[in-house]
Design a binder for this molecule. Sequence first.
Ligand SMILES: [Ca+2]
Ligand SMILES: [Ca+2]
Ligand SMILES: [Ca+2]
Ligand SMILES: [Ca+2]
Length: 485
Amino acid sequence: MNKLAWVFSASVMTGIISPAMANSSWPVQALVQSEASDIKTSQRIVVRFAKAVSDPLVENLLNKLQISTGFVSKKLDGLMIIETPVIGSDKLFALLRNSTLVRYVEWDQRVSLRNYNPTEPLYSEQYWLKNFGQPVQGVIGEVGEDIGFEQVNHKSSSHSILVALLDTGVDYRHNELEQQVWFNADEALDGTDTDGDGFVDNLYGADLVDADGDPMDLNGHGTHCAGIIAASQNGQGIQGVASEYVKILPVRVLDQNGNGNLSDIVMGLEFALQQGASISNNSYGFLTQSQALLELIEEGNRQGHLFVSAAGNKSSNMDGLLGIKDYPGALNNENILNVAALDNQGQLASYSNYGARSVDIAAYGSHVLSSYLNNSYAYLSGTSMAAPVVTGIAAFLKSMHPELSHLQMKQAILAGSHENPDLTGKVLSAGSAHLKGALRWYEEERPGTPPLDEVSDEPDKEGSSAQSTAVFEKIHQLLGSLLGL
Ligand SMILES: [Ca+2]
Ligand SMILES: [Ca+2]
Ligand SMILES: [Ca+2]
Ligand SMILES: [Ca+2]
């Protein structure tokens, strides 16, 4: 079952009105079994009276219905939860529903974790979401080398996070992405820049390369990165890390060959910040420091923008004196999260740059299947693919906890990383990005949260919370003043 189809059943509200009850405080009506009683999971009934429970009219009604006990809310006047009714819950429900003294009445119903039920046909290729040792492109995976995608509660959220993708554009007509791309409701197709954002008729993003309003991807790389973050839950192809929680803002800064100019990056980031993107994904590199980009990223820091970058594919120790530095990840802005690549066995990819001062974390980037041009799919490998995994995790966190600042997102991802001995001394967090770990850290382990036994959650399958805490302590020392801890 597509979990999007599983929404909480609408409460049985007051909508059913019987004309016969207009002038009576407690008309007895023919008892009609409500179809909605299918949902009930206990004999409890939740009822909200139009008056306080202590009101004589309500007391009188409760007496007639032989109700002597129940939970009475101190916060909501007239709200009562009735336990095991004497006259039977179906009968009582119907009687309450038909009383003018009752604002609404609801059956008890099952509440469950929104665990992810995979429905996308190519899901088993997505080892970074769930690695059960399956071979991917001939490489046998290591069980558990994933982001814990199925271990988290996929609850609904009304907060859609805007993620700018500075890349080769996005094929916004791809089945996986057509519902996932930002839409500029303030623009009209009239040959002018209707909304004054600097781009003519830009319904889906912006194109800095050709200086037009159409960010269509002519390369495939951007479409691939977009799918990793946001591919639709549409019963086709793959699943994005944060599908239900994001909109992608395509910002085309690289041409059909994957090349571009720094000036377009600067203008593209400015456009993303102007549109209010919370996060940007930056899977490209250049070799020399740019003061302009550094300062614009710093402006993003003031706006609460998290800049996720790919560490680069030169097998370079970026901390070393002779190591090749890859920018923008090598810039030292505090709001950059620079990402190395892992394979499906949890090994740092041979091509990946690293360096515990220059690279923050690692994520799965090898043999990554995602959306590609013309409604197709392709496997690509690189730190380019690892960065969007982290971007997706950040967006998921932010959607669950909109109060998170950009630096708290970064802090949670680093502190909640999955410890990996292969990464000690290679990346700051000494671990791989882990959705479950980041959420757990923020919800349960960060300083100031209540002790674990006061927080309800599903049992800890991996027993890794102590591990996460240890990792946090390590990071706490490493980060020092960087995050103001
Ligand atoms: Ca415009
Ligand atoms: Ca226009
Ligand atoms: Ca264009
Ligand atoms: Ca899909």
